[in-house]
Design a binder for this molecule. Structure first.
Ligand code: SF4
Ligand code: SF4
Length: 179
């Protein structure tokens, strides 16, 4: 979003003012079932200036930036960028969801930077250690066990891709520091 960088909420309202509530974004979203508020409804809340409700939602944290909604929006609205702007806004405001999201994002970035691919065991180990919440760690046990039994969880890191993504991650860090 290129508009008013000093007021991300105003920026969001400005971009979403033209939303006609057709619902194409919600229907296009592969992650909609994990969202508590549909993308269409989120943009309506933004239009109504109900930013507390917008930021309390976990919808934008579930957005994987696939760009489907943005490509299909009949009004050509930058919906994906608006989702990203909401993540930044929530992070600036120190929302609980932002702390969780940032902890996972950092653990994920460090993980792929180090191993060159996602190493699930190390990722969850780092994330859960940082969250320092034993109840949260325990809540993942059934899922971890299920994945392990199906061979989807790799506890020992492979060495084949080690460090391969580090230059890419460093480049992004450089770009972020400049912006
Ligand atoms: S697809 Fe575009 S116009 Fe339709 S509801 Fe979503 S943001 Fe609004
Ligand atoms: S960019 Fe985000 S909100 Fe839009 S369709 Fe993809 S996951 Fe859903």
């Amino acid at each position: 979003m290129n508009g008013n960088r000093n007021d991300p909420a105003a920026e969001l309202r400005e971009y979403m003012a033209a939303c006609m509530q057709c619902g194409t974004c919600s229907a296009s979203c592969p992650n909609a079932e994990f969202m508590d508020v549909s993308p269409r409804r989120l943009w309506r809340l933004a239009q109504l200036d109900r930013m507390d409700d917008v930021l309390a939602s976990r919808t934008f944290w579930m957005c994987s930036s696939c760009y489907s909604c943005m490509l299909r929006c009949p009004r050509g609205l930058p919906t994906t960028r608006a989702m990203q702007a909401l993540k930044r806004l929530a992070a600036q405001q120190g929302a609980a969801g932002a702390r969780r999201g940032q902890a996972f994002c950092r653990a994920f970035t460090e993980n792929v930077e180090r191993y060159g691919r996602v190493q699930e065991g190390a990722l969850m180990n780092t994330y859960l250690r940082r969250r320092a919440n034993p109840a949260l760690a325990l809540s993942y046990v059934p899922l971890g066990w299920k994945l392990l039994r199906r061979g989807k969880l790799h506890l020992l890191p492979g060495s084949g891709h080690k460090g391969r993504l580090a230059p890419l991650v460093n480049k992004v860090r450089e770009m972020e520091a400049r912006s």
